[in-house]
Structures are given as structure tokens and as C-alpha cells.
Design a protein around this ligand. Sequence first.
Ligand code: PEP
Ligand code: MG
Length: 580
Amino acid sequence: MSLWLSGIGISRGVAIGPVHRMHGADIDIPEYRIGADAVDDEIARFTQAAIDARAQLASVREQIPANAPAEIGAFIETHLLMMDDTALIDTVAARIREDRCNAEWALKLQSEDLIDVFDQMDDSYLRTRRDDIVHVTARLQRVLLKQEHPVRAGGDPATDTHAPVIVADELAPADIILLHQQGVAGLVTEHGGPLSHTAILARSLRIPALVGVRAVRRILSDDETVIVDGEAGHLIAGPDDGALAFFRHRQAANARYQRMLAVLRDEPAVSADGVRVTMLANVELPADTDEAAQVGAEGVGLYRTEFLFMNREDSPSEEEQLAAYRQVLGTVAGPITIRTLDAGADKQIGRTTKIATNPALGLRAIRLCLKETGLFRTQLRALLRASAEGPMRIMLPMISTVGEMRQARHLIAEVAAELDAEGLPRDRDLAVGAMIEVPAAALAAPTLAHYCDFFSLGTNDLIQYTLAIDRIDDEINYLYDPLHPAVLNLIRMTIDAGRAAGISVSMCGEMASDKRYTPLLLGLGLTEFSMHPASVLEVKRAVMGADVARLRQRAGEILSLTDAGAYREALDTLGRETLA
Ligand code: PEP
Ligand code: MG
């Protein structure tokens, strides 16, 4: 009998494949005593597991595509080195001998001892090493318990019936990158939110995925076939032939739909009543730029540079960053909007400082860059140097005060003067803009506009901060509402302030990529949309079918409603009524 489980679909598409449960730090570790005569065999079993885990990682390293961010390789190298580290490996063997216990238990005790030592250190860098111990131990445990899923080479996970559906407690952005390298069909987690960076990456890599499927690791067994419906947010365990046939048909229909949209690639995004809209792409990983070019994006509205900084101990050098920025400039036509480092909160990098009580409200994004000016200057130098090679804009994340804008501009001017003194070329009219993702910035948009060449609405954070909802907390996901009147009013205020100041306003949050919101956003006056390449053609299609003049009239009426119920109802019918 089949079993339907509900979650939140975070990345559309259908995946069908065998379950592979991935256990993290909370893995259940068996404990048992062994006889004196079994000690050598147990140590041999552990040594072999370490060799196997190492071989798996080495194989993952071999499969990293040439265009993958350098930090992926660095992350794997660190873990490979740790597997050779005597503090972890030899001492486990010694424990097996002394305590006469099984290898898993000895490994658990040894890693706990190491973690305790790291926990007592008040040093952010060392704390990230603690996480590495957790990851390496979990990998070794999975191999010992034979829970590691096989590393797959090549093949299209969407059609490869052996590609696994990974079922985990939760996954970090770095896990998603590694799993993608290994060829997974789908992802299902017990925790996590639709606006987390993990979710954004899953969408970006087009892996059908669900979050918030409670107790799913206990309910499912390894190797059983499941269907992941990333659109409806369902997981179907033990599907019968009818369900399998239905969802295979859906997979084929999705592929046909994508082919149908492909004909819009070279069509300009002009609404039915002649309003020209600009379709830009969001870029997370270098591979996204090829996809952005393939869907005919007119530029990049958001290049999230923090992925260059992840999974490594050091920060990327000026030259390394320059090469990465150049690559994007060379692949996508039109202006490339590069966002300066937005680390902190759920995007931890090696040097992000202490774990704050409220990380989303802490030292994040521009705040971190203005504190760690060495880090920021290196990035600014790379950006300014790249600006000589193609149309580019610099975008500053999480701006909440005019002071931050001024300080950042001051640093940019200093770096520009340095480059001039060194005779290095740069774009002398480089546009510098702010992300509007904190309510204070939207409310102060008319003033902020004096210091900005453009605005970009980061609705993921704008909604989080306006509604006081942590975007990665699944307990309160249900409150995350892009259509909340407060959010819509802040969006409108920002667009109006940008128009009054004569600067462009785009939207690069996930709201821009959802075709259900396209009519409303057009009605609020938005004419620049930036989203993952996978959504560009679908949203373009919605733009081409819209009557913008009518939408503007209706959106004004809707925003003036005061009753919340009436408000939502009117929004629901807006798209239907006003499509030309
Ligand atoms: C946003 O907040 O909407 C945004 C685009 O930035 P990020 O999702 O990277 O925080
Ligand atoms: Mg943001």
C-alpha cells in the first residue's frame, strides 16, 4: 500500500528513485563489547572503513566539474586530510583495543572528546574545524554502518532509475553541492525552510526537493522506491504501478513544457499592452551562467558571491575572485550585478565570527564586510578590476542605513584610487546599488536613493525581517507570506521611491521567480525581474500575457483595501482577471 507524506515543495519537478537515508550527527550508534580475540578484526574493519571513506571522497573529488567553485575541492581536501589524521584514526584503534568495544562506539567517544576540546575554545576559526570533525565522523559512521550511498558517475539523475532520493534531517548548502556532484534524483529533509539558501541551491541545480517532512527517516527504509513531487510537496512511498505511471507521465510532461517555453528564448519580454520588462538571471554557481545564457537572460540581477567563500579555510584571493567574476562577465550578455559577500546567518564561511543568538539579526552581509575591511577590500579590488572587462554593477546586501552606504562607497572610492595609482583599468562609471531587504531600507528608500545608483528588492529577507519570521525555521514557515499587506506596501514604496529618484528597481528575491506573483508585481510597477534561470521563460510568458495598465489600476485598488480577507481574495483573482 502506498503512503503519502506531506512536506513543503522547495524545488519543482518529480523525482523517482530508491531512498538513501543520510544520517548526520544524530545518527544512532550501536554499542557492544567484543572479545579479546575479535579486537584485531574490529580494528581491521575500522581501518578498512577509513580507507573506503577516503576512496569515496577521492572519487567525489575526481568528479568535480572543471567549472565548479574552487571551494568545493578545498572542502574535500580538508576532509581527506582529516581522514589521515592520527588524532582521529589511530586513537580510535587504540580505544577499540583498550575498551574492547565496537568500532562505531570507539569512533563516537573519540569524536565527542575532540568536539569537547573545540567547544571550549573561543575562536571562530577553530569552531569551523569542530564542524569538520562532525562531518568526517558522520561519513565514517555511515561507511561503518554501510549507510553511504554509492557515488555515481555521469548519467542524468532525472532519468536514471538508480539515482537515489536522499532523505536527511537537514542539509547545508555545501551538502547540496556535494550531493549534486554525486548524482542524486531528489532531496527530502525533515527540517528546513523554502527560502533557505539550501532550498535556493536545490532549485538552482534543478533537484526536485521537499523540506519539513516530519520523521521521514524513521518512516522510510533504505532502497525502497519513492516519488518526490516537488511541486505539490508530497512524498509517495511504496507507489503502485498506477502512481508510478502517472508521475513518469508528469516527468515527461514537464520536459515537454520546458521545450515549449524554449521558443520564447529570443522573444523580448513585452506585455500585451506594450510594456517592456527586463528579464535577468540570478547566479549562484558558475554553471548557472551557461543556463542564464541558454534562456536568453538579458543580464545578471544577482550574483551571490558568498559561494566562492564557502567550504574553505581561507578567503579567495583577489586573483581568484577576479577570475570568477571575469568568467560570469564573459558568459552572460548584458549588465552583471555582482553582490558583495553576504556571509553570516545561514551562510557560514570559514571566518564568520561567533555564532550569535540571533544570527539573522547579527553580523551579516554588509555589516560583516564593514567590520572586516581587509576581506571587503580584497573583494572590491577584484570587482573593480573586473569592471574594466564588461558591463557590471556592484550590489551591497542588507543595507539598513545611509551610513553603511556612505562607508561602503568611501571604501570603493579608496580602492578605485589605489587601482588608478597602480595603473590598473576599471569602469569609471561603475553603478553601486543597495539591496532593499530590511524594512528600514524600504521605509527610508527616498533618502537612501540619493546614495544609490539602483535598488534591488531582496524579498527573501525583506519578508523575513518584516514579518519577524526566521526563513530557515520550519516551525513558523506557515507565516512566511509574500502577499502580506506590509510586505506589498514596502515593495511598492521602494518601487515608487526608485522611480521618483530616477534609479532602476529590480527584484531578485524568490518572489520574482514565481509566476503566480507576476501580475501583482507588474501591477506594483516592477519592470525588472531577476530569478534563477530555470524560471526566466515561465515568468516571461506571464509577462507577455499581461495587460499592465489594468494590473496597475487593480493593484492600487487592492492595496487600499483594509480587510485582510478581502485583500487576499482580490489578490487571488488578480492574475485571472487581468491577463490580456
Ligand atoms: C533576498 O534576501 O531576497 C536575496 C535575494 O538574498 P539572499 O536570498 O541571498 O539572502
Ligand atoms: Mg538576502
